[in-house]
Design a protein around this ligand. Structure first.
Ligand code: LLP
Length: 407
């Protein structure tokens, strides 16, 4: 599953650091293995492209006929330019503005609406249209409190108890609700949360409430291990329970509907690596600090969610294990990829590989401190390709000044 250490090391030497490297073959394997464990014949995985919008990854997913979960007009435009047809996309908006609604409808993508207020505006603007509706599953789970999307404390979805109001708006404007949706959170810690959220959404998905359903979408959130000794979810039994629940539901509904999930992390998290070079070793009264040539704007998860990302010292895999703070090059104390982490001896010039950097790493990146984002290499079918280059400092400044008007 992991890319070869020597290959990663040589890519760091060839392209320089910091560098993102993605195992494209693993991405495709993950996209394809979902229907092997969720065996419902009308199953679809909509890749949540916010997790990683690398053009090479998206192109490869498009080539196998993949579907997308999109969340902004630019994501739709970008995916279209890469060849995705709009009928293989769903648009899950958050606090959709009037302009955004018209833009997405104009692009021809099916909208997934998550508030009564927006549903009303959509229904008046587009009577007779199809829509998908997002409900709050009333299940609270996720890998960190910032990424739990169900329950009373979040902004997401229509309340299940408001179904009668939904029906009134829909009936008045002749809207066809062809899909229902929920998303419980990212990195769901319990398989039971998925089953419960499914049941809660399905409790309102009756013929009487929604006679035109074509699909039910249960969002993303499939967990993958980030720590080396973390157990992988038993996806075979998980998938068979999901299939069982949905089969029973469709029997009651009286029609074989499509079942959608929208995985992001599951597809790409483990396929990514960020490679950095250590350029400054420091002994701070016994605390060993390894200073790298990248920082939190280029991989923010440890600082933002206290996430664990496993790190390997590619240059000294068998060195004597010691304890380090792995720090970035940004002017903030919290700029650490790992704190008090045991690693084989680190020397200046060593290349570290930060693992599980495929999901929400590059895509959440920015240029704080005016450092360009790293380049991205995709390894696919045995070939390594530089899919996105790193801007030079001059390029970055040109880009910023090009957006400015100083007169
Ligand atoms: N569907 C919807 C409506 C979502 O909001 C999300 C993620 C997904 C699907 C995909 O979830 P996944 O399978 O990737 O867990 N930046 C955070 C994760 C934020 C997830 C946002 N929504 C992180 O780095 O952990």
């Amino acid at each position: 599953m992991h890319l070869d250490t020597d290959l990663l090391h040589s890519l760091a030497k060839e392209h320089g650091t910091p560098l993102y490297v993605y195992n494209g073959d693993l991405v495709i394997e993950r996209y394809r293995d979902l229907p092997l464990f969720i065996t419902w014949p009308k199953f679809r995985a909509l890749y949540a492209m916010k997790a990683n919008f690398n053009a090479g990854i998206l192109k490869a997913i498009n080539e196998i006929g993949g579907w997308l979960d999109t969340v902004s007009p630019a994501e739709v435009i970008y995916a279209k330019r890469l060849g995705f047809p709009v009928d293989r996309m769903l648009y899950t908006a958050n606090n959709l503005s009037e302009d955004e609604m018209h833009e997405v409808v104009g692009q021809g993508v099916l909208l997934n609406i998550g508030s009564l207020s927006r549903l009303e505006k959509f229904a008046k603007a587009y009577p007779g249209s199809n829509v998908c509706l997002r409900f709050n599953p009333e299940v609270v789970d996720g890998g960190h409190e910032k990424i739990m999307t169900g329950g009373d404390l979040t902004k997401f979805g229509i309340l299940l108890q408001d179904v009668d109001q939904v029906k009134a708006i829909v009936a008045e404007n002749n809207i066809k609700v062809i899909g229902l949706h929920e998303h419980t959170g990212s990195g769901l810690t319990k398989t039971d949360s998925v089953y419960q959220a499914m049941q809660n959404l399905m409790s309102i998905a009756t013929q009487e409430n929604f006679p035109d359903l074509e699909f039910v979408d249960f969002g993303g959130g499939f967990k993958v291990p980030y720590e080396p000794d973390e157990e992988r979810v038993d996806y075979v039994s998980f998938g068979s329970e999901i299939t069982r629940i949905f089969t029973e539901f469709c029997e009651n509904y009286g029609k074989e509907l499509y079942m959608y999930f929208e995985p992001g992390k599951y597809i790409v998290a483990e396929a990514g690596y960020m490679l950095v070079e250590v350029n400054t070793m420091k002994d701070n009264k016994g605390r060993q600090i390894a200073g790298c040539d990248s920082g939190f704007p280029q991989l923010i998860r440890p600082m933002f969610y206290e996430s664990y990302h496993h790190i390997e010292n590619l240059s000294n895999m068998d060195g004597e294990v010691q304890t380090y703070d792995i720090c970035g090059n940004i002017c903030e104390t919290g700029d650490r990829f790992a704190e008090q982490r045991e690693l084989p001896e680190i020397r200046e010039g060593d290349i570290l590989s930060i693992q599980n950097a495929g999901a929400y790493c590059y895509s959440m990146g920015g240029v704080y401190n005016m450092r360009p984002m790293p380049a991205e290499v995709l390894v696919l079918n045995g070939e390594s390709k530089l899919v996105r280059k790193q801007l030079t400092n001059e390029d970055l400044v040109d880009q910023i000044l090009g957006e400015c008007s100083l007169d």
